[in-house]
Design a protein around this ligand. Structure first.
Ligand code: ACO
Length: 323
């Protein structure tokens, strides 16, 4: 049996850090309000020379170095993003070119904040279906470019960044090992479109548009939806919440993360939270958090890890894997 195993992980953040104190000079807000409601203390914001493609490329190179591989070893790039460099071609193809890769194939996947979890699931299917042996799965975003910087209800929440993993086909037959991606659960429901969306697009306004959100409405649905997919992924993987070593959630809001973990009976000591330093980086948040927890020695080989996310659409999903 073929399984998709994580072989490397990496990340990249824009140079510029924007603190809550600086934000309070730009809109009517305060460090106290932002920290109390979200847990966010700072976020990184892309400068003019930093884009989704450049951040994605840097994260991809870091993941390849961590895996001890080069672009020549990769068959497929799946980039999860809602902030592509251009409407087309796919930014994944631009990253492919930046990596000097002229073989294989690359495409973007758009599921907003659930994008990375969706992309891992799709990459896993390509590996298990025999279409690719090694896949770069990247989450990269520049949400700062679609924020309305005069709207304090949204502009304080988001940041820019990128994270990536290298997934590799591993033959499990006869090894007795049970590693790699064990299960995935994906969901979406477009009835919730108006609660979190961008008010522009090529086929409607012909503009890029700005992010609009009914924060309270998103909050109201988040914990239930997260619990739904986590329960499905755990059941499909033959595991329980007690078996988990690490819970790596989408980093939107510390209150949502804490409430979800509590509802599922996951101990706070098993929760990886990076939202205080990165803000909500949409599809980049889960691989950024993974990258931090691997680099500081928390996530180790053999650990049972649960990834989950919920975002615009709504979309929501979870992936269970043994590192
Ligand atoms: N600074 C100061 N005051 C503010 C700010 C701010 N940045 N933003 C809003 N307020 C005010 C509001 O105007 C309101 O004032 P009022 O009572 O005088 O009308 C008050 O604070 C309370 O506002 P609420 O919206 O009720 O605050 P709430 O407690 O719901 O917190 C928040 C808002 C943080 C957005 C919360 O609802 C939330 O986290 N929701 C989930 C959002 C989320 O996770 N989105 C990402 C999903 S992932 C994706 O796909 C992108």
């Amino acid at each position: 049996m073929i399984r998709s195993q994580v072989r490397g992980v990496g990340s990249a953040l824009p140079r510029r850090v924007l603190t809550n104190a600086e934000l309070s000079q730009m809109v009517d807000t305060s460090d106290e309000w932002i920290v109390q409601r979200t847990g966010i203390r700072q976020r990184h914001i892309a400068s003019d020379d930093e884009t989704t493609a450049s951040l994605g490329e840097a994260a991809a190179r870091a993941a390849l170095a961590n895996a001890g591989l080069t672009p020549a070893d990769i068959d497929l790039i799946v980039l999860a993003t809602s902030t592509p460099n251009n409407t087309f071609p796919a930014t994944a193809v631009e990253i492919q070119n930046r990596l000097g890769m002229h073989h294989g194939f690359a495409f973007d996947l758009q599921a907003v904040c659930s994008g990375f979890v969706y992309a891992v699931s799709v990459a896993d299917l390509h590996i298990r279906g025999g279409m690719a042996k090694r896949v770069l799965v990247i989450g990269a975003e520049t949400f700062s470019r679609i924020l309305d910087w005069s709207d304090r209800t949204t502009c304080v929440l988001f940041g820019d960044g990128a994270g990536a993993i290298v997934l590799e086909a591993v033959e499990m037959h006869g090894t007795g090992a049970d590693t790699g991606i064990l299960s995935s659960a994906l969901r979406s429901d477009g009835a919730h479109k108006d609660k979190l969306y961008v008010d522009g697009g090529p086929s409607t306004t012909g503009t890029v548009g700005h992010l609009r959100m009914e924060g309270k409405e998103v909050f109201k649905h988040a914990v239930g939806m997260i619990t739904d997919v986590v329960t499905s992924a755990l059941a499909a993987g033959g595991a329980t919440a007690d078996d988990l070593d690490w819970f790596v959630p989408h980093q939107a809001n510390l209150r949502i993360i804490d409430a979800s973990a509590k509802k599922m009976g996951i101990a706070p000591s098993k929760v990886v939270a990076t939202v205080s330093d990165h803000g909500n980086t949409s599809a980049a948040s889960v691989p950024l958090a993974l990258s931090v927890a691997v680099a500081d020695g928390r996530i180790k080989k053999g650990d049972l890890v649960l990834l989950e996310a919920m975002g615009g659409g709504f979309t929501w999903g979870a992936v269970l894997l043994r590192w």
